[in-house]
Design a binder for this molecule. Structure first.
Ligand code: BES
Ligand code: ZN
Length: 873
C-alpha cells in the first residue's frame, strides 16, 4: 500500500462513471450516514481500488465490488483509510476483471462546523436556533462527505437521494426532484441523474427556506432561496440571474445545460459564493439585497458575484479544468466575464473602469518575489486553497482582458464559443484555450500568453524621450526595488497628444526605439504633447516615464485631457514606483495634487486607498509630517465632498452614491472635524429611527467610522451604540459594515476589546476577518492578540480564511525587527496552507521597512509636504 502514499493524484486503475449516492443527515445529532454505489470501469489489471475519503468512518463489511456480468462478489481483504493522503485503499485477494462493475461502500460522518465538506450552518426561526446541512466541496472536500474520485478530471454522473429528511424542510441538490416520498414526519427525496460533472460541484442543502422564482426566455426555472420571511431580499439577484443566463447563452453560444438553477443564501459560508452545478450557494451578503438597508456597493457586489458564479456554469462546470494548476482558467475567466455580463445589465455602473481594481490588486501581489505563476504546480490537496488568490482571480482576469483587447472582441468571442463547444462535458488545460484562440485569430497566442502564465511577475516599461525618438525598455517590476530577470511579450499601446494618434505593437525584446510620433508640437509647447502608454490600462504592466514625460502627463491630467482609466493608471503606477523606491515621495504627492478635481469613482477610490498607505508610511518615517500630510489629503478630498454633499440627490448615479460614502469615510478617518461632527449627528438620529433618511445605507460606513474615532476608554457610548445596532439587525450586510468599522479608531484598548468581541459567539466565524481592519494605532495590539490567540485561531479557521488573519495583521508593519519577530513566532507554527501567505506578508513588511528608510532620508520632503498642505486653490 506504500506505493499510494504521498502521491499528488490518484492512480487511474479504475474510472468512475456514475455515482448512486444516498445520504441520511441527522440535523439534531449533527451526524450523517450514507452509502454509495459507483459504476466504475476497471482499465488495468489490479488488486487495488484507490479513491479519496477523509474524516469518514468506513463500514468495512459494506465494501464490495461486483461486475454486472457475473454473480461473483469481490470483498476486499483489506480496507485502509490513509488520513494524511485522504485516500481509501481497497486491496483484493484476486486481480479484478477489466471492464465495468459496481463498487459499494457504506460510511458515516459528522456534520462539521468548519464550513467545508458536509457541514452545519445555523439560523433562527421563530426565536429558536436551528441547524441546516450544507455542502461545500471545492476544492477537495467532497471526500469528506462520501468516498469518491475527488479530482476535477474524474467526471461522472450523480444520482442523489436524501433519506429521513424532516418533512417540513426544503431539500435541494444539483438536479430537480423526481420523487418525494413522505413517511410521517420524514421524507425521502430523490433527484434526477445529473449530466457528467466533477465531484467538487456536487451539492446538497437541507433547511427551512422561502423562495422567489422566475424563468428565462428559454424556460429555465430560476429560484432564489432565503430565510423564511425574507424572500423579498432575493428579488434583485433573481432578476440579475435570469438576465445573465440569457446573456451567457448568447455569448457562449451554448444554452445553460441543466433544467433548473437554484441560488441560496447560507448563513455560515467560508467563501463569497460557490458555483455548484444548478445549486449555487452564497454568503448572505453576496446574494441578498434590502431596499432600505443595503448600499449601492452591496447591490453591485450581488450583481457581480451572481454574474461570476453563473459564468462558471459554462466555464468551469460544463468545461472543467483538467487539474488545479489550471484553476485560473475557472476563476480568472469567470472574473473577467462577470464584468462583461454586469456591464451588459448595468451600463451606467461603468464597471469596466472598476475592473482596474482587479488589475491593481493582481499587480500588487505579483510584484512580490514570493508570488507564483498563474499556472502553478499543485502537489497536495492542502496546497490548493492558497491558490484561490489574486494571481488566479485578478491577474488571471487581467491577462484575459489584455489578450481580448489585443485580439479584438469578436474574434475572441467566436474562438471561445468553439472552445466551449469542443470541450463541453470534458476537461481542458490552459494551452487548449490558447490553441482555440490561435485557430480563431491566426496570432501566436500560445507563445504570447506563455510568457504571462508560466512565469510569475510582470514588466515595468521605462520610456524616455531621446532626441526625436521614444526609447522603451522592459524589466521585471518588483516592489522590493530589486529587478528580476523575467521577460515578456508585451502588447504595447501608445498615444501621443491625442487619443487619435495611437500606435500598437508587440514588444518582444528588452529594448526598442520608436520614431513614429512628432514629440514636440509645432508651437514648441511640449507640455501639451503628452505621451500615454498602456492606453486604457488594458495591459498587465506598469509604465515608468522620464521626468519630462511625467510632467507632461500631470499637465494633461490637470487640463482634463485624459480618460478615467488612464488617470487611474498613471496614479497607480506612480504609487507602485514610489513604494519600490524608484520615485520620490515628493513626486508622488505632487502627482496626487493633480487629482484635486477628480470626480470619477474608481480613480478617487484608488486615490483614497493610496492616501491611507502613504499616510501610514509617513507616520512611521516622520511623525512630525503626519498632520501636514493629513491636511493635504483633506484638501484633496474636499472638492468632491462638497460637490456630493451629505444628502443623495434625486436621480443621482449609482457611482455618486458609492463615492459619497467613500469620500466621507476617508475624511472621517483623517479626523476632519466637520465630517466627524455631521456624521455623529446623523448617527444619533439613526439610533432613534432606523429608517431615517438622514443616514441612508450608503452613508453608514462613514458614520460608523466617524463615531469610532471619538470612542475612548472613558467614553465608550459610540461603540456600545454600534454593538446595539449589530445585535438588532438581521441583515448580514449591516453586520459586516459594523464589524468593518469597529477597529478603525485610535484607542488601542478599545481595539483589543473589539478583537476579543470578534472571537465571541456573537460573531460568526465567516465574518471575523472583516473586523481585522485595524487602525495604525492598533497595529501592535492586534499582533499581540494574534499571538495570544493563535492556537485557537489556527484550530478554528482553516482554508483560505486563516490566511486573511496573517495578511491583515502582519503586512502593515514597517520595520525589520518586526519582520524578524513574525518569522520567529511562526517558525514552529507555519503549515502548508499558510506558508505562502506568511512569506508574502513578511516580504511586504520588508518592503515597507525599506520604504520608510528611504522616506526618512528624502531631501526636501518636509518643505514639499508643507507647501502642498497650505496650497490655496
Ligand atoms: N469557486 C469559487 C468559490 C471558492 C473559493 C471555492 C475558494 C473554494 C475556495 C467561486 O466561484 C468564487 O470565485 N467565489 C468568489 C466570489 C467571486 C465573485 C470573486 C469568492 O468566494 O470570493
Ligand atoms: Zn469563481
Amino acid at each position: 500500500m506504500e506505493q499510494f502514499k504521498g502521491q499528488p493524484r490518484l492512480p487511474k486503475f479504475a474510472v468512475p462513471k456514475r455515482y448512486d449516492l444516498n445520504l441520511k443527515p441527522d440535523l439534531t445529532t449533527c451526524k450523517f450516514t450514507g452509502s454509495v454505489a459507483v459504476d466504475i470501469d476497471i482499465v488495468e489489471f489490479t488488486n487495488f481500488i484507490v479513491l479519496n475519503a477523509a474524516e469518514l468512518t468506513i463500514d468495512n463489511r459494506s465494501v464490495s465490488f461486483a461486475t454486472k456480468t457475473s454473480s461473483k462478489v469481490f470483498e476486499p481483504k483489506k480496507v485502509d483509510v490513509m488520513e494524511d493522503d485522504e485516500i481509501l485503499v481497497l486491496e483484493f485477494a484476486e486481480t479484478l476483471p477489466i471492464g465495468v462493475g459496481v463498487l459499494n461502500i457504506g460510511f458515516e460522518g459528522v456534520l462539521n462546523d468548519k464550513m467545508k465538506g458536509f457541514y452545519r450552518s445555523t439560523y433562527e426561526h421563530k426565536g429558536e436556533k436551528k441547524n441546516m446541512a450544507v455542502t461545500q466541496f471545492e476544492p477537495a472536500d467532497a471526500r469528506r462527505c462520501f468516498p469518491c474520485w475527488d479530482e476535477p478530471a474524474c467526471k461522472a454522473t450523480f444520482k442523489i437521494t436524501l433519506l429521513d429528511v424532516p418533512s417540513e424542510l426544503v431539500a435541494l441538490s444539483n438536479m430537480p426532484v423526481i420523487e418525494e416520498g413522505v413517511n410521517g414526519k420524514l421524507k425521502t427525496v430523490s433527484y434526477q441523474e445529473s449530466p457528467i460533472m466533477s465531484t467538487y460541484l456536487v451539492a446538497v442543502v437541507i433547511g427551512l427556506f422561502d423562495y422567489v422564482e422566475d424563468h428565462t426566455s428559454d424556460g429555465i426555472n430560476v429560484r432564489v432561496y432565503c430565510q423564511v420571511g425574507q424572500a423579498n431580499q432575493g428579488k434583485f439577484a433573481l432578476n440579475v440571474a435570469v438576465k445573465t443566463l440569457e446573456f451567457y447563452r448568447e455569448y457562449f453560444a451554448v444554452p445553460y445545460s441543466l433544467p433548473k438553477l437554484d441560488m441560496i443564501a447560507i448563513p455560515d459560508f467560508a467563501a463569497g459564493a460557490m458555483e455548484n452545478y444548478g445549486l449555487v450557494t452564497y454568503r448572505e451578503t453576496a446574494l441578498l439585497f434590502d431596499d432600505l438597508h443595503s448600499a449601492a456597493s452591496n447591490k453591485q457586489r450581488v450583481a457581480t458575484v451572481v454574474a461570476h458564479e453563473l459564468a462558471h456554469q459554462w466555464f468551469g462546470n460544463l468545461v472543467t479544468m483538467e487539474w488545479w494548476t489550471h484553476l485560473w482558467l475557472n476563476e480568472g475567466f469567470a472574473t473577467w466575464v462577470s464584468y462583461l455580463a454586469t456591464d451588459n445589465l448595468f451600463p451606467e455602473w461603468k464597471i469596466w473602469i472598476q475592473f482596474l481594481d482587479e488589475s491593481t490588486e493582481g499587480l500588487r501581489l505579483d510584484g512580490l518575489e514570493e508570488s507564483h505563476p498563474i499556472e502553478v504546480d499543485v502537489n497536495h490537496a492542502s496546497e490548493i486553497d492558497e491558490i484561490f488568490d489574486a494571481i488566479s482571480y485578478r491577474k488571471g482576469a487581467s491577462v484575459i482582458r489584455m489578450l481580448q483587447s489585443y485580439l479584438g472582441a469578436e474574434v475572441f468571442q467566436q474562438s471561445l464559443a468553439s472552445y466551449i463547444k469542443k470541450y463541453a462535458c470534458s476537461n481542458a488545460k490552459t494551452e487548449d484555450l490558447w490553441t482555440a484562440l490561435e485557430e480563431g485569430s491566426y496570432e501566436p497566442v500560445n507563445e504570447l500568453m506563455n510568457s504571462w502564465t508560466k512565469q510569475k511577475g510582470y514588466p515595468v516599461i521605462s520610456v524616455k524621450v531621446k532626441e526625436q525618438k521614444l526609447e522603451f525598455e522592459q524589466s521585471q517590476f518588483l516592489s522590493s526595488g530589486s529587478s528580476g530577470d523575467g521577460q515578456w511579450i508585451v502588447p504595447i499601446t501608445v498615444c501621443c497628444g491625442s487619443y487619435n494618434v495611437r500606435k500598437n505593437f508587440l514588444l518582444q525584446t528588452k529594448t526598442k526605439e520608436f520614431m513614429g510620433f512628432s514629440i514636440r508640437n509645432e508651437s514648441g509647447n511640449a507640455s501639451s504633447n503628452w505621451i500615454k502608454m498602456n492606453v486604457d490600462q488594458t495591459g498587465f504592466y506598469r509604465v515608468k516615464y522620464d521626468e519630462e514625460l511625467a510632467a507632461r502627463l500631470r499637465y494633461a491630467i490637470e487640463k482634463k485631457l485624459l480618460t478615467e482609466t488612464d488617470r487611474f493608471g498613471i496614479l497607480d503606477d506612480s504609487f507602485a514606483l514610489c513604494m519600490a523606491r524608484q520615485q520620490s515621495l515628493t513626486s508622488l504627492l505632487t502627482l496626487m495634487g493633480s487629482y484635486r478635481e477628480e470626480v470619477n469613482y474608481t480613480v478617487l477610490s484608488n486615490l483614497i486607498s493610496i492616501s491611507y498607505k502613504v499616510g501610514r508610511i509617513a507616520a512611521d518615517a516622520n511623525p512630525e509630517l503626519v498632520d501636514y500630510i493629513k491636511q493635504f489629503f483633506i484638501s484633496l478630498f474636499q472638492y468632491s465632498a462638497e460637490k456630493l454633499g451629505w444628502d443623495p440627490k434625486q436621480g443621482e448615479s449609482h457611482l455618486d452614491a458609492m463615492l459619497r460614502g467613500e469620500i466621507l469615510t476617508a475624511l472621517a478617518l483623517l479626523g476632519h472635524e466637520e465630517t466627524v461632527n455631521e456624521a455623529s449627528k446623523r448617527f444619533h438620529a439613526f439610533l432613534e429611527d432606523r429608517t431615517t433618511s438622514l443616514l441612508p445605507a450608503d452613508l453608514r460606513r462613514a458614520a460608523y467610522v466617524a463615531v469610532m474615532q471619538k470612542v475612548s476608554q472613558s467614553d465608550k457610548s459610540g461603540y456600545e451604540s454600534l454593538l446595539r445596532i449589530y445585535r438588532e439587525t438581521d441583515l448580514s450586510q449591516e453586520k459586516t459594515r459594523i464589524l468593518g468599522s469597529l477597529a478603525s479608531g485610535p484607542d488601542a484598548n478599545i481595539i483589543l476589546e473589539v478583537l476579543n468581541f470578534l472571537l465571541s459567539s456573537e460573531v460568526r466565524n465567516q465574518d471575523v476577518v472583516f473586523g481585522l481592519n485595524v487602525s495604525s494605532e492598533g497595529r501592535e495590539t492586534a499582533w499581540k492578540w494574534l499571538k495570544d490567540n493563535w492556537d485557537y485561531i489556527s484550530k478554528t479557521w482553516g482554508g483560505f480564511l486563516i490566511t486573511r488573519f496573517i495578511s491583515a495583521i502582519v503586512s502593515p508593519f514597517a520595520s525589520f525587527e518586526k519582520a524578524m519577530e513574525v518569522e520567529e513566532f511562526f517558525a514552529s507554527r507555519s503549515k502548508p496552507s499558510v506558508a505562502r501567505t506568511l512569506k508574502q506578508s513578511i516580504e511586504r513588511v520588508h518592503i515597507n521597512a525599506k520604504w520608510v528608510q528611504t522616506v526618512q532620508n528624502e531631501e526636501h520632503l518636509a518643505e514639499a509636504v508643507k507647501e502642498l498642505a497650505f496650497r490655496k486653490y
